[in-house]
Design a binder for this molecule. Structure first.
Ligand code: CO
Length: 151
């Protein structure tokens, strides 16, 4: 009896907490090609999303060392710094400087046929802020970039 009561109590507590938290994970898919392009120029995330799940797919065939792509999010003002420091960070570090606080979220670098997913909370974002996503593989960000909008 005691056990049953406890389970009932826990279920109620759980139901109550999820009603208040109401997590909403918003999913985004983007792909990169062997022609050094993303298939999206802009990503918009609604204001009621609590988390964003971004899946990057490499739709091409070239290996990551030759035509690698990642998906990196930062404030637009931080983009060139993140990209610049990413060159020296090296392939093994996904061309992202270790501990780079300007990076809000990033996937790893993928090659043809591969994919990677990253999830991050929108609490890291300001509604209406100027954000950009881009690839930090050296030389790619001039073509592989887009606007990220939240709110
Ligand atoms: Co790339």
């Amino acid at each position: 009896m005691k056990t049953i009561r406890m389970i009932a109590c826990l279920s109620l507590a759980f139901a109550a907490s999820s009603a208040f938290a109401a997590d909403k994970v918003c999913k985004v898919e983007i792909s990169g090609t062997d022609q050094m392009q993303y298939d999206k120029k802009e990503i918009s995330v609604a204001a009621d999303c609590t988390d964003v799940e971004v899946t990057l797919k490499h739709a091409g065939k070239l290996p990551a060392q030759a035509m690698g792509h990642n998906w990196v999010l930062s404030r637009t003002a931080d983009m060139s710094g993140v990209v610049g420091d990413g060159v020296g960070a090296g392939f093994a570090n996904n061309h992202i400087k270790a501990g780079d606080a300007r990076v809000i979220a990033h996937t790893k670098i993928v090659g043809g046929g591969q994919s990677d997913t990253v999830t991050f909370p929108t609490s890291a974002l300001t509604k209406g802020g100027a954000y950009s996503f881009f690839c930090t593989f050296p030389g790619h960000s001039s073509m592989m970039k887009g606007a990220f909008k939240f709110g």
